[in-house]
Write a protein that binds this ligand. Structure first.
Ligand SMILES: NC(=O)c1ccc[n+]([C@@H]2O[C@H](COP(=O)([O-])OP(=O)(O)OC[C@H]3O[C@@H](n4cnc5c(N)ncnc54)[C@H](O)[C@@H]3O)[C@@H](O)[C@H]2O)c1
Ligand SMILES: [Zn+2]
Length: 381
């Protein structure tokens, strides 16, 4: 039996006003890395800086991290860090801001490294020579505050690179539902269904283990019970809190046991057409559960735990209630015409087969199987 390990942040602080934990961290200088404008607009940056000040920590802000952060942004942030010399990096925002801050941290500590040097899995050198890392997520979705992953885009080559390293698991994760409570309904739905996909895929993963399973199962249950409430009423703090915890729990599971072809296929159709990640997952999930069921009894265990007959039907119903389209053909945020879809189909299927997430999917899908699933998810049954 192989020896396995399970890695999560040292400290996970959760619940309303968890942000106050920033006054407990020990240090002198912090840089806050954030996205476009929402965190500033809602006063969270100012609040974080005031709490840090109370604890005797001077802080500066690096803002403007774009969705799907680029190598250029990461290099710019690393330079700002080298100029300021912080002993804490505090990422405050969505997955994009947290992911960017993780790689800025690496280039802050190792200015001589190039982006290509850290692309191979686990090639990043050991961090924490200059700073520690706290993450405060504003979406209940990617769980970057928990995971060993960061996704950075090479904008010239149009390629998204998943960076994997145990060193980028944050030291502290602050799971405060006040931040995601500001998300508009469609972002709540999309990011929340990303949590569902993380939890389901981690639970059925070929690398699943007894440490990750209970976290994944609890996350699935929490999403089923809370996502509609958070979508219908953003100020329902109990639902927001449960969704935020579900996201982090799903993150603990998938960071350690990986994912499956929902993510492989979402990455590729996202790359081709720019469909939002969580939305792509939500559309793909039912068809992939149906396809994977022959290879594992783990879906039956989820159904038994939830007391339902069919997980795929329950997710179809949930998608409908969240106003998520049933097929890619009906997506309105980007237009995927039949011709463009058919042109990309072979390429997307091959690329999805070679995505790292495919290795831990139950069963042995072929490129043909993946193409069939794309077709069902585009045209409907
Ligand atoms: N590190 C990981 O483990 C991991 C896993 C999966 C995906 N990702 C990556 O994470 C990124 C997506 O992250 P995300 O889904 O959190 O979205 P995001 O960070 O890209 O944010 C999406 C949008 O929502 C806005 N927003 C964020 N929080 C808000 C709030 N509380 N109120 C109002 N608006 C808010 C942002 O400004 C942005 O416009 C992608 O680049 C994806 O590839 C990372
Ligand atoms: Zn995801």
């Amino acid at each position: 039996m192989a020896v396995q390990s399970f890695k999560v942040p040292n400290t996970i602080v959760f619940g309303q006003n968890a942000l106050d934990h920033l006054s407990e961290i020990k240090g002198k200088k912090a840089i806050i890395v954030t996205g476009g404008s929402s965190m500033k607009r809602f006063g969270f940056i100012e609040k974080a800086q005031a709490i840090l000040k109370k604890g005797g920590i001077e802080s500066v802000v690096f803002d403007g991290v774009e969705p799907n952060p680029s190598v250029e942004t990461v290099e710019k942030g690393a330079q700002t860090m080298r100029d300021f010399n912080p002993d804490w990096i505090i990422a405050l925002g969505g997955g994009s801001a947290i992911d960017a801050a993780k790689v800025m941290w690496c280039f802050y500590e190792y200015p001589e490294l190039k982006f290509e040097d850290i692309v191979p899995v686990c090639s990043m050198p050991e961090l924490r020579k200059k700073a520690k890392f706290a993450a405060i997520p504003s979406t209940s979705g990617t769980a970057s505050e928990i995971t060993a992953f960061s996704v950075i885009t090479d904008t010239q080559k149009h390629i998204k690179y998943p960076i994997v390293s145990p060193y980028i698991v944050p030291d502290v994760a602050i799971i405060d539902p006040e931040l995601p409570a500001k998300m508009p309904p469609h972002i709540t739905a999309n990011t929340g269904m990303d949590v569902m996909a993380h939890a389901v895929e981690a639970y059925v993963s070929k690398a699943a283990n007894s440490y990750a399973d209970p976290l994944a199962l609890e996350a699935i249950d929490l999403v089923f019970k809370n996502i509609k409430k958070a979508y219908a009423n953003g100020n329902d703090m109990e639902a927001r809190n449960n969704m935020h915890n579900a996201s982090a729990m799903a993150g603990m599971a998938f960071s350690n046991v990986s994912l499956g072809i929902v993510h492989s296929m979402a990455h590729k159709i996202g790359g081709e057409f720019g469909v939002t990640h969580g939305l792509a997952n939500a559309i793909l999930l039912p068809a992939i559960i149906e396809y994977n069921k022959k290879s594992t009894d783990k879906y039956a265990k989820i159904e038994k735990y939830l007391g339902i007959d069919s997980l795929e039907d329950a997710i179809r119903k949930l998608n409908k209630e969240l106003e998520i389209p049933a097929t890619f053909k009906e997506v309105t945020e980007v237009s995927i015409t039949k011709d463009l879809f058919e042109q990309a189909l072979g390429r997307m299927s091959e690329n999805a087969l070679n995505d790292p997430c495919t290795f831990t999917n139950p069963g042995q899908p072929t490129a043909q199987d993946i193409a069939e699933i794309y077709k069902v998810s585009y045209y409907g049954k």
